[in-house]
Design a protein around this ligand. Structure first.
Ligand code: 6AU
Length: 398
């Protein structure tokens, strides 16, 4: 007879998504749980198509069936980087129209200082249009707190940014001649708090620039290029999904804790470090990309021989309410029991196996949908299967 007591399923596996809203520590996770209930969907489309125009067309067609659209912006030909009219802004408009979140599958991994810049600056400016991104934390937990800090700084700049430029030389008249800009500054001055860097010199003389000797300091105020505030939208794109309010501006991270690929080197010790990093950064970490549910998990479950003196307290593990998104999901072809791999290391499981048996929340499906003859119809089929798997899990564990 076994002396070890069998571990009870974690409470988050039994609760509905609606019930998990309240105990979620991240506003975007709470929102996502609500969205899932409204759309009766726990499906994420991995939109790995070739061209930006295909991506936008697919997002528009499949949008009604999904709650998350996952991108790899760097494999898309023709990605338009323009902050206001580019592919990110257009995707954001579609996300508002259909009610889904955008997840850029960037798998950040580097020192904190580098990931901060990769996340919030550079050509793609991911933080502007992607509600969610992910990180492979082999570089250590510090990169998670660095990304959290960068996201927080970005969040504080929204909805208005102050841009300062300094030029040396004699100012020319037209630097102050743009009345429209002047009016905009006056308007924004009423909104932007003083700490945001508006110089008192400018406030008192009422101009955009203060002239000190021959140095001109110019400050302009620009609406941030956030999905919510996307400046340029084509007709029809301003529509907002009626079932729920717009997504909050908070940004969230998924930690890549386990992978679906054959021979993956992420072992139990690594996954345990992911769990610790998630628990430590609850304000920013929404959950995991993983192959199993990790809520309530302990070192003993994942890496019993790993010598780590930081073990989770029972309380800490009990409090987990992280969301789990799982790739490597496909339905088998007619007449077959299990889906085959892709011959390049990808391994597939059915939505039932992942959501019902392994206890994950959102099924991520790429080629299963995008290579189908009718992607929107196939997305609906996956939505129904994944939702049923969630309902079956609750019934099984009730
Ligand atoms: O359904 P597929 O196989 O066409 O696409 C799966 C998608 C791809 C992968 O880059 C991604 O999911 N992925 C990830 C993610 C989301 O991080 C992790 C993993 O373990 N396996 C995996 O396939 O865009």
């Amino acid at each position: 007879m076994s002396t070890t007591q069998e571990k009870q399923p974690h409470w988050s596996l039994k609760q509905s998504f609606a019930e998990r809203v309240e105990s979620s520590s991240h506003p975007l996770t709470s929102y996502l749980f609500r969205l899932m209930e409204v759309k009766q969907s726990n499906l994420c489309l991995s939109a790995d198509v070739e061209h930006a125009r295909d991506l936008l067309a697919l997002a528009d067609k499949v949008g009604p069936s999904i709650v998350v659209l996952k991108t790899h912006y760097d494999l898309i030909t023709g990605w338009d980087y323009h902050p206001h009219t580019g592919t990110g802004a257009q995707l954001a408009a579609l996300a508002r129209k259909h009610g889904f979140l955008i997840f850029e599958d960037r798998k950040f991994v580097d020192i904190g200082s580098t990931v901060q810049k990769q996340y919030t600056a550079g050509t793609a400016c991911i933080v502007e249009w992607a509600h969610i991104t992910n990180a492979d934390i082999h570089a250590g937990e510090a990169m998670v707190s660095a990304m959290a800090q960068a996201a927080q700084k970005w969040r504080e700049r929204v909805p208005y940014e102050v841009k300062t430029s300094v030029s040396v030389g004699t100012p020319v008249a037209d630097q102050f001649a743009d009345e429209e800009a002047e009016d905009q500054v006056d308007e924004l001055r009423k909104i932007v708090p003083r700490e945001n860097g508006i110089s008192s010199a400018k406030d008192t003389d009422g101009r955009k620039g203060s002239i000190v000797s021959i140095t001109t300091v110019t400050q302009t105020y620009e609406p941030a290029d956030s999905p919510r505030l996307a400046k340029t939208m084509s007709v029809g794109d301003e529509a907002v999904f009626p079932g729920i309010e717009e997504a909050p501006l908070d940004r969230g991270l998924l930690i890549l804790a386990q992978m679906s690929s054959k021979g993956c080197l992420m072992d139990g010790k690594y996954t345990w470090e992911c769990v610790k990093a998630a628990r430590k950064n609850k304000d920013f970490v929404m959950g995991y990309v993983a192959q199993q549910n990790l809520n309530g998990i302990t070192k003993e479950d994942l890496a019993p021989t790993y010598e780590d003196d930081e073990s989770a307290t029972e309380e800490e593990a009990q409090a987990d309410n992280f969301i789990h998104m799982t790739p490597g999901c496909k339905l088998p072809p007619p007449g077959e029991e299990a889906p085959q791999g892709d011959g390049l290391g990808q391994q597939y499981n059915t939505p039932d196996n992942l959501v019902n048996i392994k206890g994950t929340d959102i099924a991520i499906v790429g080629r299963g949908i995008i290579t189908a003859a009718d992607p929107p119809a196939e997305a609906e089929r996956y939505r129904r299967k994944a939702w049923k798997a969630y309902q079956d899990r609750r019934e099984r564990l009730a």
